[in-house]
Design a protein around this ligand. Structure first.
Ligand code: TXA
Ligand code: MG
Length: 308
């Protein structure tokens, strides 16, 4: 059900979970003052309890209460990218262990959408994982959330699609900033502040830099078949409106090869559309440009295709 900001505030203050829009994807929100509400989020999503949540603040000034040591460049990163889709892993104080998965750190960000900022300013910091059943594409419209959690979930309507791709998560490890989850802010954008290109520290069982990356993610029910060229395939193809494909394929265009931001905005909605149509096999054109947001898009498509 759709609710007003005032109603969202009463739910949060009463220890309930609501869904809020952000500039990236919708989030399932709980107040850090209500550990029982945080547990409800894990239960609702079917999320493993060792996968920590991002703490969302209303403004930079709230940060000093929850963290002590800021690694080099942190203030510049904050000035440049907050409010916005950059989550920064820092040492954490006073964040309930239900949210941190038992880690000594927490990821923090200030989301950019005013309606959600105002709710956080009134309710205090909120944890917000992407609003989707664990393993499914992140929700980018109220309907996505009703599909996953039922019509009774209280949702603030933020429109059809916010930015589409989740925040970039970074962590200062071994003397340098690393990207531990690719996201809406590219390595190139970060390098303008850092003076070097931060590496992507891929999560492995041996090196669980970003616990969420261990789990299957972003996957629709359909089997995605990734290819760089097409000749005599049939069926549905997720591709680009500025490319030519065989007429035997029905094109679902996610944008053009010049518009990574549009592609990012449309990607999850398109994967969910495949599920709504009951498709079992979908082709995906992965002949993508290099660099910037394309690296995030490639990673998401690869994860969506791996049903492991
Ligand atoms: O854009 C976003 O970030 C959205 C919106 C709602 O803000 N939220 C989101 O949260 O994508 P979630 O929970 O779906 O993804 C958070 C990721 C997970 O992969 C988690 O493992 C990682 O961030 N993470 C959170 N805290 C961490 C920490 N202390 N150390 C390492 N990774 C952490
Ligand atoms: Mg998620």
């Amino acid at each position: 059900m759709l609710i007003t900001p005032e109603e969202a505030l009463s739910y949060l203050n009463a220890g309930d979970v609501v869904a809020l829009p952000t500039e990236t994807v919708y989030g399932l929100a709980a107040s850090i003052a209500h550990p029982e509400a945080i547990k409800k989020i894990y239960a609702l999503k079917g999320r493993p309890s060792n996968n920590p949540l991002i703490v969302h603040l209303a403004s930079v000034s709230q940060l000093q209460q929850y963290t002590k040591a800021l690694p080099p460049h942190t203030e510049n990163l904050i000035t440049q990218f907050w409010p916005g889709p950059l989550s920064i892993v820092l040492d954490a104080h006073g964040i309930p262990e239900e949210a941190t998965g038992g880690l000594a750190t927490a990821a923090f960000r200030v989301p950019a959408l005013p309606i959600t900022q105002n709710i956080i300013a009134a309710a205090g910091p909120l944890v917000m994982p992407s609003a989707n059943l664990s393993g499914k594409p992140s929700g980018t419209s109220p309907q996505d959330l009703f599909d996953d959690f039922g019509d009774d979930l209280p949702v603030i309507d933020g429109g059809e699609r916010p930015g589409g791709i989740e925040s970039t998560v970074i962590h200062y490890l071994d003397g340098e900033w690393r990207i531990i989850r690719l996201g809406a802010i590219s390595a190139e954008q970060l390098s303008k502040v850092l003076g070097y290109l931060p590496l992507f520290a891929a999560t492995t069982q041996d090196q669980p830099t970003c616990p969420g990356q261990l789990y299957r993610h972003y996957a629709p029910k359909a089997r995605l078949q990734l290819q760089k060229s097409f000749s005599n395939e049939t069926g549905v193809l997720i591709g680009f409106s500025d490319r030519r494909y065989p007429s035997t394929l029905e094109l679902i265009a996610v944008g053009t090869t010049e518009t990574p931001y549009t592609v990012g905005e449309n990607l999850y909605a398109t994967l969910r559309e495949c599920d709504r149509r009951g498709l079992t096999n979908v082709w995906v054109d992965i002949d993508l440009p290099e660099g910037g947001l394309w690296e995030t898009i490639k990673e998401r498509i690869n994860k969506a295709a791996s049903h492991g």
